[in-house]
Every structure is written in C-alpha cells, then in structure tokens.
Ligand binder design. Structure first.
Ligand SMILES: NC(=O)c1ccc[n+]([C@@H]2O[C@H](COP(=O)([O-])OP(=O)(O)OC[C@H]3O[C@@H](n4cnc5c(N)ncnc54)[C@H](OP(=O)(O)O)[C@@H]3O)[C@@H](O)[C@H]2O)c1
Length: 309
C-alpha cells in the first residue's frame, strides 16, 4: 500500500511517501480501505519526537490518528461490522498510522459514517469533534446559560467546540487573530477577542468555564477569567492540566476516550446541519510534509485533510 511515513524523528522533511506492507487485522480488528485522513497537531508533535513514548517507536512509522474509509474485511471475532461498511474513527490511544491506503483498528472503537457525510468531512471531524464533545460536555459539563471562553477559536477542535457550546445553549467568547474574526463569527461565537489587540484577561471576566486549545502562557493566564467555582479544561498543555494560582477554580484534562457512541453523536449533529464543518484544505498523502509545515505553523484555520483515494 502507499503511505506517508517516517524513518526517523525530525522536521517536516523526514516525511516520505512510498510503498509499505499492508497491515493484517487481528480477530477483534477490521481492515479499512482509507479514503481520507486528517492532520492533527498531535501528528507533527509525534513526527518531531515530542511524545514521551518516542523511544518505543519502531520505524518505518506511519503518522496519523483519524480517518474515514470502507471496511475491506473483518477479524474472526467481529460480529457487528462487515465488509463494505463505511466507517470513521480515531486509532486507539498510543497508536498512529492513518496516513495510508489501509489500516487496522479495533472494531469496538469504529463508528458508522452517515451517508450524508463525505469521507473528507468524516475524517475532518473524527478526532477534533470527539475532543470537542468530550471536553465541553463530558469534562466541563457546560450548562445552558453559562458563559465559556474558548481559546484559539479558528483551530480545528475549537471550531467544533464553539458550535457545540452554542448547541448546548451557552454564551461563547473566543480568541482569534484579526484575519479570522469573520470566520469564528460564522461559527456562532457571541463575543470575539482579537488576541493581538486586546488582553483577554481584561475583556473576558466572570466566565463559568474555559476551554483552552492554545497552551503555554495563554493556558496559564486563562484561570484569571473564571468566576469563583469556575472550571477550565486544557488540551494543549500535555498530559496534565496546568496548575491554577488560585484555589477557587478547577483545572481539568479531558481524557477523550475513543467512544463509538460519542463519535456517532457528533456525526449525526454534523449530518443534520446542527454543526457545520470547519474550513477544510485538501492534500494528497505525497504532500504530507507541506501539510505538516502548515499545521506546525499554527495559523491556518479549520482542518487539513488528506484525500487518500
Ligand atoms: N485528545 C486531545 O487531547 C487533543 C485532540 C486534538 C487536539 N489536541 C491539541 O489541541 C491543540 C489544538 O489543536 P487544533 O488542531 O484544534 O488547532 P491548532 O492547529 O493547534 O491551532 C490552530 C489555530 O490556533 C490559533 N491560535 C494560534 N495561537 C493563538 C493564540 N495565541 N490565541 C488564540 N488562537 C491562537 C490559530 O488562529 P490564528 O491564526 O487566528 O491565531 C489557528 O487557527 C493542539 O495542541 C493539539 O495537540 C489535543
């Protein structure tokens, strides 16, 4: 099969494109013909060797965490899926390997793709949509009428999070650069802070919740906007949430379990038009280095997706 892969950790230039052996499904797995795979920030962090488990990685290694495709065959123990089913999903935690024409994945974490969604859309939504729903609902337990500050509104996860928070009946404040103000407004944000022109800690006050997708200083400073009893969830600060400097707020790290039910729920919200897709830029697998440069630059908007077939 054709794949984008690395033989060593490094910059975007270590990504190669070529032939690798087809994977073989274990009894509880399905073999999927991949139609689309998305680029997530985790992919360039993995490629750069930033994750603690990098010492265990065996080369050649295919990056990528989410995909949409069609099942080619199922393992002997799989009863609820069959060859020909259109599916999408996110590889199990600790696994990479969706930048390829084929992949294997545990049947238990594969979701059925609604017909109304294209493979490109389903791949764009898989990890980002799942992360948004797990963070906003599962972790922050955002309620109707609450106010949430979502940091990094033009990014992939935030694009779903803004819309999902609005769907739940919350008021959404978000941060972005001037170039993306109209874009985040189109996603439904009620109040927009241009982070180059304004200090968000002076503009957003008394929030019930914060969802940070930016990390670094932005994450640490985010505690300042919370009212007493407020809660904040962080996905760009590593495996642990940053520690608050005040004792009257809660810092959380969403676990983002690979839940078939949660993925099918996001897919239905997208298929019914409640949540619309973020802006999508398409690449071929042979352009993986170019896609990673853009992703690592952290100033594109929406999602980058590989059209694999
Ligand atoms: N399961 C998980 O834990 C999980 C899953 C998915 C993602 N993540 C993590 O979540 C983070 C976000 O990922 P992503 O794919 O949604 O987006 P991303 O590619 O990391 O972010 C791109 C966006 O960030 C915005 N941005 C950059 N600096 C900013 C700042 N100082 N303030 C506000 N916005 C800023 C940019 O908009 P402007 O050009 O307007 O600045 C751009 O649209 C990553 O660190 C990723 O690794 C974690």
């Amino acid at each position: 099969m054709k794949a984008a892969y690395i033989e060593k950790f490094g910059g975007p230039e270590v990504l190669q494109y070529g032939d690798l052996p087809d994977p073989v499904a274990a009894p509880d797995q399905v073999l999927v013909d991949v139609h689309a795979a998305s680029v997530n920030a985790a992919d360039w962090k993995f490629r750069a060797g930033e994750y603690a488990r990098h010492a265990q990685v065996k080369f050649p290694q295919i990056p990528g965490r989410d995909f949409s495709g069609v099942i080619r065959s199922v393992g002997a123990g799989v009863a609820d899926l069959k060859a020909g089913d259109a599916v999408f999903g996110v590889l199990e935690p600790g696994r990479e390997g969706t930048y390829a024409e084929k992949l294997v994945i545990g049947a238990a974490v594969v979701a059925k793709k609604p017909e109304a969604l294209s493979h490109v859309n389903a791949a764009a939504m898989a990890l980002t949509g799942l992360t948004a729903i797990d963070s906003i609902e599962g972790t922050l337990k955002l309620q109707r009428g609450e106010t949430i500050l979502i940091q990094g509104g033009a990014g992939g996860v935030a694009g779903f999070a803004i819309q999902f928070a609005k769907f739940l009946g919350a008021r959404v404040i978000t941060t972005t650069s001037a170039a993306n103000i109209d874009y985040v407004r189109s996603l439904g944000a009620d109040q927009i802070i241009d982070y180059n022109a304004q200090d968000f800690t002076q503009v957003a006050k008394g929030c019930d919740a914060v969802f940070d997708t930016v990390g670094g200083d932005v994450a640490q400073k985010s505690f300042a906007v919370l009212k007493p009893g407020g809660r904040a969830a962080f996905i760009a600060s590593g495996a642990q949430a940053p520690r608050p400097e005040r004792s009257d707020v809660t810092a959380l790290r969403p676990p983002v379990p690979r839940s078939r039910q949660a993925m099918e729920r996001v897919a239905q919200l997208c298929a019914s038009g409640v949540i619309r897709f973020p802006e999508i830029k398409l690449f071929r697998l042979s352009q993986a280095a170019e896609a990673h440069r853009l992703s690592q630059g952290r100033h594109f908007r929406g999602k980058l997706v590989f059209a694999v077939r």
